[in-house]
Design a protein around this ligand. Structure first.
Ligand code: HEC
Ligand code: HEC
Ligand code: HEC
Length: 432
């Protein structure tokens, strides 16, 4: 009896393995040399250029100082480093030999031309939402406008057995909802357009949604905020700690310019998302993203200038005789106040730090990054610069300024272990 139960179990195991094998197996697509490819319609190529920008393909697929799309940009994960592939049309080391069908399968299913599973450091879990027409446009753009570059992609540093690509099939089975975006008929066309862009090509959740232990986005905590490269990507839900609630119009403004008068600026990993990405989208698409996110957060439109939080912040920033009571205030008064003092109303180019996102997040990382390294003219508002204080201020002084801004200006629960955090971020070698 026991024996037959065991053999049934073993039989079931073999069947399950065979089933998994069938699920995991993907046949290779035949090589399609570039000469076999017909010319693409210029309108399709242009559409592809915009979508490639909105999907930040170049941000991940270009190494520092490397040729565009030639790969080898290191994507670091808890399991090791995965180098983004060469996706130039070079037939040998890039994707020059890939047919349209092979490219669609990579984007929609995370499987390469030869049938190997790709690691989800490549956000195919979002690109699976893109329409065939949009994926084909990206293909047309890469094959036409990108110069072929011969450069072999480095192997990932993931240790055995996790480096076995077949295991990715299990990960996909557990965590990925494959399939194109389906319209929600109860919502407007504009909302659906925004949702399509956010969930698919622009993959906001890849940074703004926390991940579980095996690196998959937590579906139950969508947009709840996460840490990326030692920066905090804030919650894009009602849990966002903003003093002035985000509205659809605020989102659109921030995403098209990189700066929001009442929240802050894109200075870290968000900077290329705006400047190398979203800004290429037509205005109607940025408005649609704003409408969708405004609905996720759920704040009605209101005049932010009249907000009591804004008035309180302006009042707290006004110099008064008792102002230099502690070290943080004194340092702030000499190093920062000249540029960050707003008299009557707030100007985007002169962030009001009492309501700035970096002082309101539970994690002080973003504020510390900005004080250490400033904001270059290419980040935040184009052409506007905030100086770096890395060499001018000690860890202890930066911690004192941060504590002052948090306790006295944002008026929120104090941050702990600030000095240690400043030292860590000073030593951090980020890719941003
Ligand atoms: C967050 C970083 C990131 C972004 C953004 C990204 N990729 Fe990738 N991509 C990767 C990584 C890493 C790999 C390698 C995965 C692996 O080795 O398993 C990859 C692999 C690929 C591959 C497979 C290539 C091959 O030779 O196997 C294709 C095709 C691809 N990406 C296209 C794109 C396109 C098109 C976009 C923009 C719409 C894009 N990627 C955006 C990180 C990224
Ligand atoms: C020379 C003028 C100047 C000085 C001095 C200065 N800042 Fe700034 N700061 C700016 C400008 C300009 C911006 C906005 C940059 C942009 O929009 O691209 C900015 C942005 C910021 C931001 C916003 C970051 C975000 O993500 O929204 C913070 C925080 C900040 N500064 C803190 C400080 C602190 C703290 C000091 C003192 C240690 C300081 N600044 C000194 C000009 C200055
Ligand atoms: C590569 C990671 C990454 C991606 C992709 C990304 N973000 Fe961000 N985002 C961040 C980080 C980190 C910050 C914090 C500020 C910074 O980097 O300057 C941020 C800041 C923001 C803010 C400001 C929040 C606040 O409270 O100040 C908004 C709004 C935002 N992102 C929206 C989006 C949207 C919408 C998308 C998709 C279209 C997106 N982000 C894609 C990393 C990312």
């Amino acid at each position: 009896m026991l024996k037959s139960t065991l053999s049934i179990l073993a039989g079931a195991g073999v069947l399950a393995l065979a089933g998994f094998g069938i699920y995991a197996y993907h046949s290779p697509y035949a090589v399609e040399p570039p000469s076999a490819r017909p010319a693409f319609d210029p309108a399709q190529v242009e559409q592809g250029r915009i979508l490639a920008a909105a999907g930040y393909c170049a941000t991940c697929h270009t190494a520092a100082g490397g040729a565009p799309y030639a790969g080898n940009f290191p994507v670091t994960t808890d399991f090791g480093t995965i180098y983004a592939s060469n996706i130039t049309p070079d037939p040998e080391t890039g994707i020059g030999n890939w047919s349209k069908a092979a490219f669609r399968r990579a984007m929609h299913e995370g499987v390469d031309r030869e049938g190997r599973h790709l690691f989800p450091a490549f956000p195919f879990d979002h690109f699976t939402k893109m329409t065939d027409a949009d994926v084909d446009a990206v293909y047309a753009y890469l094959m036409t406008e990108v110069a072929p570059v011969k450069e072999a992609t480095q192997a990932p540093t993931i240790p055995f057995p996790l480096n076995q690509r077949i295991l990715q099939a299990g990960w996909k089975l557990l965590f990925v909802d494959f399939g194109r975006y389906a319209d929600d008929p109860s919502k407007s066309a504009e909302w659906n357009r925004g949702a399509y862009l956010v969930e698919g090509v622009t993959h906001c959740g890849a940074c703004h949604t926390p991940r579980n232990k095996v690196g998959a986005e937590e579906k139950s905590a969508r947009f709840a905020g996460a840490t990326i490269d030692a920066w905090s990507a804030p919650a894009l839900t009602a849990a966002n700690p903003s003093a002035v609630p985000w509205t659809a119009a605020d989102f659109t403004r921030y995403l098209s310019t990189g700066a929001g008068t009442y929240h802050g600026i894109a200075a870290g990993p968000m900077a290329p998302v705006v400047h190398a990405g979203l800004r290429e989208l037509p205005e109607s698409d940025l408005t649609a993203i704003g409408v969708y996110l405004g609905n996720v957060v759920g704040a009605p439109e209101a005049d932010p200038a009249a907000s009591p939080a804004v008035q309180a912040s302006l009042a707290a920033g006004r110099p008064d005789p008792a102002w230099r009571a502690d070290e943080g205030e004194r340092l702030y008064a000499t190093a920062c106040a000249a540029c960050h003092y707003n008299a009557e109303s707030i100007v985007a180019e002169r962030p009001e730090l009492g309501i700035n996102s970096s002082t309101r997040l539970d994690d002080p990382s973003n504020l510390i990054h900005v004080i250490l390294d400033g904001v270059s003219s290419a980040e935040g508002t184009p052409g506007v610069v905030m100086p770096a204080f890395r060499d001018a201020l000690s860890d202890q002084q930066i911690a004192a300024i941060a504590a002052y801004l948090r306790d006295k200006r944002a008026d929120l629960a104090p941050w702990t272990d600030l000095e240690t955090r400043v030292a860590q971020i000073r030593a951090h070698q980020g890719t941003h």
